[in-house]
Structures are given as structure tokens and as C-alpha cells.
Design a protein around this ligand. Structure first.
Ligand SMILES: [Zn+2]
Length: 443
């Protein structure tokens, strides 16, 4: 079905990202014959776009895709239109159901012994469900540290769980080896690009709903970012759009191989609480980086302390996201502060996975208060102060931006609130909750 453009080698049921000769492989279609007006009357979902999906004999579906695009309240404050693409509303609670429906449907006749995927959690939970639906065995290779909710899904759907390595990139090669040895159909996106075809349908939906100017995407392995890019590229090919929306890759400061490459910074490979973004050496780095650059977009780094803020802001919108998805909020705010957006922009935030899958009851007190935040609370005990004044009074030297960030987080934690405004200055005071917290600290 795909022929390598460089050496002519053909691939018919399994599509590695690169041909044996080294050339990149891409699944293409006869775009001139695609009539997108047919899409209008069809039911929402991944398979609505079948002209731009690989042909399958039988569709294994749980009605994935067609997820809601919710107008975000935060946009009213910021002065432009912001929308949340709520991928938590997929059958197993994440965008990976788009990958699994295409990977499993396509691989069905080649998966006599079952399917396999290497995953940090979401893709494994998805494969477990879709393989169950197809009466096939699912083998999932996951790192030692996996979100518990995702693990529970894998168990519930009867997957064979293999724990291997520290981060998901270490699982990828192992899954590939197991697939070869045991005749399993591997749908790991880094090993087989078939599933990206499912993931790209998210772009088609965004286009149908709002035709966004910007798409902000949490980025771990880069496979979702690349898929969304491919989706928009195909919309260009079929004449639906005239230019790509700007794609924004978001990673954490702790683990930032793709975002740092885009920004020209040195990247770190440390652990991040946003487990889905803990990919140290992403195979798709080059593809994802090029996709962002070609779209004219950018990248943003988010600090670990901002993950709670992101989760909480999304919760205010009525969307419960996992940390890995919550990064879209701090990213949006950072770009807004830099004056990146214009008032006619339509910004889509991709919320990839549900917080239910990653929430731990014993982590109830997730908001850490210490250091600078505590100092700010102490300063506000006596009297109201405005941002610049707080900054001047802090003993530790730090950038005003950082202090401003702390103020915003304290506000979102409802520990401080606006007391009054004088001119352009906003004065802050402690809330009752803030006073109580301070009393607890001071004893
Ligand atoms: Zn080749």
C-alpha cells in the first residue's frame, strides 16, 4: 500500500516510520479524488473521514472521536476566542482511542496472536479496550511508573501487562522485539505509523468546528502533534484550507526535548509529574519540530508548579484533565502575556486525557505552598499590596515575572484576592483561607 519514494520498496500491512533504506515513509491518498462535501451528512467520529483513512475490511469502533469543542470562559478574560477540544470524552478517556480504532481495525487480519503497544498509559488502555472488542489479545509494554487509573483500565480490559524501563521511550524497542518474536501486530506509533491516521482526524474536527488560527498541543512523543499537522496538511491538499494553523508544542521544563529544540534551548530529560510528557528521546522529534516550524508556530515550556494551576483552571471550565493535558493553560497564559495572540484569533487547546485516570486520592493536598508563596502571604498579612510592591519587598532576588506567576497561582488557590484597584495597580489581600493557612504555618 505504501511505496518508498526513494527505493521503491513496498509495505503492505505494517508501516515503519522509515523504510529500510532510511527514507521517511508516509501514508498518502489520492487527494484529487476526495470529495469532502460527503463528510457533511455523516455521523461525527473518526470513521466519518474514511476517504482519508486506510482501507479496512472491518471497523472496530467504540464511537471514538467527534469529541466536543467547548468555548472556554478564560477567553473572555484574555480578549480572544479560546476553545477546549475535550478528548477526555473518548471511550477510554483519551485521544489515543483514535489511534486504537484505526490500528486495531487495520491490523486485525495480521494479528492472529494479538496486538501490542508501548505506552505511558493512555494508548495501552485504549488498545486493551479495542482488542477486547475485537476478541484479540492485547499486550502492553509500560514503564514502571504508570498512572493508576490507566493501569486499572488495562487490567479491566484483560490486557497482558509488561512493565519495562523508566520512561516510555525505553519500552518502544522492546515492544517491537516482542512483536517480531511472537507475531503480534504492533500499533506503537513510533514503530508503525498506521495509528497516526486515526489521530489526525482531530484536525479535521477542529477545522469543521472553528477552523482555528492556533492549536496548542501537549507534546510528549510528538506523535499527536505530528498527526494533527498531517491532518491539516491533508486539508490543504484537498483544498479545504489555504494555510496551516499555527501549532504550539507544550512540554515541561523538566523534560523538553522537542520544545527546547524549537526554541533553541538546551533540553532537560528529568522526571516530570506530567507522565504523558515524560519522553526523554522522542523518535518523532524531527517530525514534530519540523511540523511546528512549517506551521509558523512555537513552543512553550511549563514549570512543574504550574501543572496544578492548569488543572484547576480547566476544572473551572468543567473539564477534568490529567497533568499532561493541563499544561495547555499555563502555555496559553504565557503566550498571552508575551502578546502572541490577536483579538480575532481562534485558539484551540487540546486536552488529551482525563484526570480521572491519573488522580490519586492520597494526593489530595497537591498544592505546595512554600518559599516565595509563603513570603508573599506574610507580606500581605499586615496590609494590601500591589504586584510591584510585593516584588520589591521580597528578600530573595527574583524576576518580576516569577513573582507575578506566584501571585496568580496564589489567587487561583484562593489564598489571596483582589482588595481594590487604584489606577492600573491591583492591590491584593489575604482571603480567609489564606489567613488560616498562614496561621497553620506560623503555629
Ligand atoms: Zn526505501
Amino acid at each position: 500500500m505504501i511505496k518508498c519514494v526513494k527505493c521503491g520498496r513496498e509495505y503492505d500491512h505494517f508501516f515503519p516510520p522509515r523504510c529500510i533504506c532510511g527514507a521517511l515513509l508516509e501514508i498518502g491518498y489520492d487527494y484529487s479524488s476526495v470529495d469532502i462535501t460527503k463528510w457533511k451528512t455523516r455521523e461525527r467520529g473518526v470513521w466519518k473521514y474514511k476517504e482519508l483513512l486506510p482501507p479496512v475490511k472491518k471497523v472496530i469502533s467504540l464511537k471514538e472521536g467527534g469529541t466536543p469543542l467547548v468555548r472556554a470562559k478564560i477567553g473572555e478574560k484574555l480578549g480572544f476566542a479560546v476553545f477546549i477540544k475535550d478528548e477526555t470524552r473518548n471511550p477510554t478517556g483519551s485521544f489515543r482511542d483514535r489511534l486504537a480504532t484505526v490500528g486495531v481495525s487495520y491490523g486485525l487480519s495480521h494479528a492472529n496472536n494479538g496486538f501490542i503497544v508501548a505506552s505511558d498509559g493512555n494508548a495501552a488502555a485504549s488498545l486493551a479496550a479495542y482488542a477486547a472488542r475485537a476478541n484479540k489479545e492485547a499486550f502492553v509494554v509500560v514503564p514502571k511508573k504508570v498512572d493508576r487509573g490507566k493501569l486499572i483500565q488495562m487490567i479491566a480490559f484483560g490486557a497482558k501487562i509488561i512493565k519495562y524501563g523508566d520512561s516510555v521511550d525505553e519500552c518502544i524497542e522492546y515492544a517491537s522485539e516482542l512483536s517480531r518474536l511472537n507475531g503480534l501486530y504492533d500499533i506503537t506509533p513510533e514503530n508503525n505509523i498506521i495509528g497516526l491516521e486515526g489521530q489526525k482526524t482531530l484536525a479535521f474536527e477542529l477545522w469543521e468546528d472553528i477552523n482555528p488560527t492556533h492549536v496548542i498541543i501537549p507534546t510528549g512523543s510528538g506523535s499527536n502533534l505530528y498527526s494533527i499537522y498531517k491532518g491539516f496538511k491533508e486539508l490543504l491538499e484537498v483544498g479545504a484550507i489555504e494555510e496551516l494553523p499555527k501549532l504550539v508544542a507544550v512540554q515541561t521544563e523538566n523534560c523538553s526535548p522537542i520544545a527546547s529544540e524549537i526554541l533553541g534551548l538546551t533540553s532537560k530529560k528529568d522526571f516530570t509529574k506530567a507522565l504523558g510528557l515524560y519522553v526523554k528521546d522522542p523518535v518523532n522529534k524531527e517530525l514534530a519540530t519540523n511540523a511546528v516550524k512549517e506551521s509558523g508556530g512555537t513552543a512553550v515550556l511549563v514549570r512543574e508548579e504550574e501543572l496544578d494551576l492548569g488543572e484547576k483552571e480547566l476544572a473551572k471550565e468543567g473539564v477534568f484533565a490529567e497533568y499532561s493535558s493541563a499544561v495547555v493553560i499555563p502555555a496559553l497564559l504565557k503566550l498571552h502575556e508575551e502578546g502572541y495572540f490577536e483579538k480575532d484569533d481562534k485558539v484551540a487547546l487540546v486536552v488529551t486525557g482525563s484526570g480521572l485516570k491519573s488522580y490519586y486520592a492520597e494526593e489530595k493536598e497537591r498544592f505546595s505552598i512554600g518559599g516565595t508563596k509563603l513570603s508573599i502571604l506574610r507580606l500581605l498579612r499586615g496590609r494590601s499590596m500591589y504586584g510591584y510592591e510585593l516584588w520589591e519587598n521580597l528578600e530573595k532576588p527574583m524576576k518580576y515575572q516569577a513573582v507575578y506567576q506566584h501571585i496568580r497561582e496564589l489567587e487561583s488557590l484562593e489564598l489571596i484576592e483582589e482588595a481594590y484597584k487604584r489606577g492600573r495597580r491591583t492591590y491584593y489581600k489575604l482571603t480567609e483561607k489564606g489567613q488560616r493557612l498562614l496561621e497553620n504555618f506560623e503555629g
